[in-house]
Design a protein around this ligand. Sequence first.
Ligand SMILES: [Zn+2]
Length: 422
Amino acid sequence: MSDFDPIALGTRAQAMIEMLASISADREKLTRLYLTPEHRRAADLVADWMRSAGLTVRMDAAATMHGCRPASREGARSSRRLLIGSHIDSVIDAGKYDGTVGVVAGILAAEELQARGIELPFGLEILAFGDEEGVRFPKTLIGSSTVAGTFEESVLNMTDSAGETVRNALLHFGCDPAVLRSEGLQNADIVGFLEVHIEQGPLLERWNEPLGVVTAIAAQSRHRVRITGEAGHAGTVPMAIRHDAVAAAAEFIAMVEEVARNGVKNNLMATVGEISALPGAVNVIAKEAHLSLDIRASSDEARAQAAETIRGRSRQIGARRGVVIGIETVHQKPVAVCAPRFRKALASAIEAVTSRKAPELISGAGHDGLAMAHLTDIGMIFVRCRGGISHSPFEHVAIADLGLAVETLIRAIVEIAREEAA
Ligand SMILES: [Zn+2]
């Protein structure tokens, strides 16, 4: 069954993605933040598409749009459904494809299954989450954590830069914050969650592959590093007796890079992306340096081990230089492993559609699947994007690749249905 036209499917997907991209807070660039008028227009457009695809639409208390198709056959499993989706919010000055590809692919897959007369033993529920990026409020994944039943009440009091709380923004959007906690779905009702997303990295392009199966969403931790030394005059304190916080920071950064480079087999990545010095003057030896540290890996053990190694080597640097290096963990997310049965179904669908063996890769970025993994099994595919560029107006996906992604999703759904029936 290879009689499909990736260009035709991809062209339809591209047209929808362009329509969504035209909805922005800014005429010059694409910016669509959670619970804004642009979010409303995008959600309404998505709801229209869902209805045209024969889906029943509802908006939940976190403003996620749900488009549902019931199971084709009666029986014990008929209330169960397969969730498919991604997000329609964006970063500031975003690309068109991040998030929207997954929402559009889900709607087109539902439409095609209907058009091809394919019956399924479970329902389909297409999801368009409103907050994956966490740009407006200091919290990510509000939509998916609500569906997963892990939404925390304290988030309602968080504010945006204008001082508006999540609670008020939800009320203005027409959502009832009081029922957020009860919006969580039940594991027994759910077959799993599938997401199609652009890779946002360079590997598929480098391998000359349009699609890849995601094995896991990486474990991640964020830390604040504070290095305390001793201030002094840049012209009078001899080099040998200095306790220079910035010089120690330089050694710390190089050490972090070395630790990560030695962990390639665990997809270890460690990044110092922010640095500041106190008092911060050209002729003063710094007494303090503040740094950020982000660590990611394909397993929780590898991530924890890297953090331990970094702590140990920091103590050595501190002892040698007479400075104190304090590392505080501010945020930690365990690895979300993609379910083997979905990896298998997605891989065989990719192989059927592309006639090549499906490559596997890990997601270094967090996604809605990270929250959904608390509810159910997750499966994910990545679509090649030009130059690996994302969160930028230069984000680009070829039309043929979009078509291949939609067809892969359709066939994976059929494959999962076959497994369920067996
Ligand atoms: Zn995304």
